[in-house]
Design a protein around this ligand. Structure first.
Ligand code: GLC
Length: 466
């Protein structure tokens, strides 16, 4: 029998189809929000709960901001813009500048004092690990445009060419990864005074911003790309979905990377990856106490600024107790906390910040199982300002976190039984009783010697969620 010969014209469509289906399997995400938004948030992030934000740059040299005012007015990292009539000028900032440095001193002059001579990335990473944080987000470039890595698009305006003469981003990445933590970068889409940005947005995006983002990702393989400074333009102008399609389809971190929602003036709490609140605000809307269904993250400083503010005193800093409570509040509402520190221009994490982080780490060392890998309990009563009993859930277990110790019994509605109830870190028994769908816990009497921790206490209701 004569072998059947297929004409090329007949098989060509099939070959084409094969080629396209192979291609689209390798390129699952397209450059549009519907496709980009369909990617699940990697679980490592929602399990991690606690990260550390680092704002470090030339603004760490003047390191100054007012301690009164609305949330944004206190940001020391806005120092340059606050001096400038074309920016967001502020008399408090310019008075301070003129008095301290003199009118002739330009912001660019600060680069000679950004030396980072005390910077010890291993010591920083140890502080982060001890704090119980699981990921780090460093300002690779803030709105000033100065990069903490040797970006060729930022020639002579980066930490290797001038100032510290060191790849700060690279050195910290190595140390953080060596501690087994996830490394990530903050990146400002806009740059206040870059002439290219001001004169030709398309060229800025094509020749500066996208190459920088890709360089950061391929060089350091970060697990978080945390953008900001998006508000001047819609995401289409920033070509955000094009970049994200590359990030999700082709980049070396396509499986693990997490991004946020700051990709264009219309995207916050709508598109991208995790939603972000900042000092409990989304833009100017107060998000405090609200339940947010999508994975989200609150960022804030220990004081009122992200960049180091020398003007702040102890009264401007949150106490360790209040920081532990902030973490609990966010986690019980399904979020993460990205707590910011502002290192100094010489490369130190101020000791008071180290101390706050250490206290959080000590609390987490005892109670971490009620935080990491948990989710908000769907039957939790609404969380308000006065709430002192919070809930988190994991598998069949429910955690009842009390931020104010109480001797009187705690009644939990929506739980009909348990195989055991314990106070985490405490060696004695805890009495409990159930009736109907209520479980009542009688807190044990604890003394200073048997108290497992400070600031907040966790009752674990084992097998309470069946
Ligand atoms: C902002 C600010 C900024 C800070 C940040 C952190 O929008 O401009 O200074 O870096 O968000 O969320």
């Amino acid at each position: 029998m004569k072998p059947k010969l297929y004409s090329i014209r007949k098989v060509f469509p099939a070959i084409l189809l094969c080629f396209f289906s192979l291609f689209s399997a390798a390129q699952p995400y397209q450059s549009n929000w519907q496709s980009i938004d369909s990617r699940p948030i990697p679980q490592w992030f929602t399990d991690a709960k606690f990260g550390i934000f680092i704002h470090w740059g030339l603004f760490s040299v003047p390191a100054w901001g007012p301690t009164e005012g609305n949330v944004y007015e206190k940001y020391a990292e806005w120092y340059w813009s606050r001096q400038n009539p074309d920016g967001k000028p502020s008399k408090a900032f310019s008075d301070f500048h003129n008095k301290t440095f003199g009118e002739k001193v330009k912001y660019q002059d600060f680069v000679k004092d950004f030396k980072a001579e005390m910077f010890n990335p291993d010591q920083w990473a140890e502080v982060f690990k001890q704090a119980g944080a699981k990921y780090i987000v460093l300002t690779s470039k803030h709105h000033e445009g100065f990069t903490l890595w040797p970006s060729k698009q930022s020639w002579n305006w980066n930490a290797v060419d001038v100032g510290p003469h060191r790849d700060l981003a690279g050195d910290l990445t190595k140390a953080v990864k060596a501690q087994g933590l996830h490394m990530g970068f903050y990146y400002s889409l806009y740059e206040w005074y870059n002439p290219l940005y001001k004169d030709d947005l398309t060229k800025y995006v094509d020749d500066h911003m996208i190459p920088q983002l890709k360089d950061l990702v391929t060089r350091y393989q970060p697990d978080v790309v945390w953008t900001d400074g998006e508000w001047d333009h819609p995401s289409e102008k920033w070509k955000s979905t094009e970049f994200l399609a590359w990030l999700y389809n082709e980049s070396p971190v396509k499986e693990t990377v997490v991004v946020n929602d700051r990709w264009g003036k219309e995207t916050r709490s709508k598109h991208g990856g995790i939603y972000t609140t900042e000092y409990d605000l989304v833009h100017d809307q107060n998000a405090q106490g609200k339940k947010i269904e999508h994975p989200w993250e609150e960022c804030r400083g220990i004081g009122g600024s992200f960049g180091y503010n020398r003007n702040e005193n102890l009264k401007d800093y949150e106490t360790s107790e209040s920081l532990v409570h902030i973490l609990i509040d966010k986690v019980a509402r399904g979020g993460n906390l990205l707590l910011n520190i502002g290192p100094t221009a010489d490369g130190r994490i101020p000791v008071i910040m180290q101390q706050r982080l250490k206290d959080m780490g000590d609390w987490l060392a005892v109670n971490g199982e009620s935080i990491y890998g948990t989710h908000a309990w769907d039957k939790s009563p609404a969380v308000g300002k006065e709430t002192t009993v919070f809930f988190t859930a994991k598998g069949k277990d429910l955690f009842v976190i009390v931020t104010k110790w109480q001797d009187k019994p705690i009644t939990v509605s929506g739980v009909s039984g348990a195989s055991n109830v314990s106070l985490i870190g405490f060696n004695g028994n805890v009495k409990y009783a159930s009736s109907g769908n209520k479980l009542t816990i009688t807190p044990p009497s604890i003394s200073p010697a048997t108290n497992p921790c400070q600031y907040a206490w966790v009752f674990k209701i084992k097998d309470g969620l069946k």
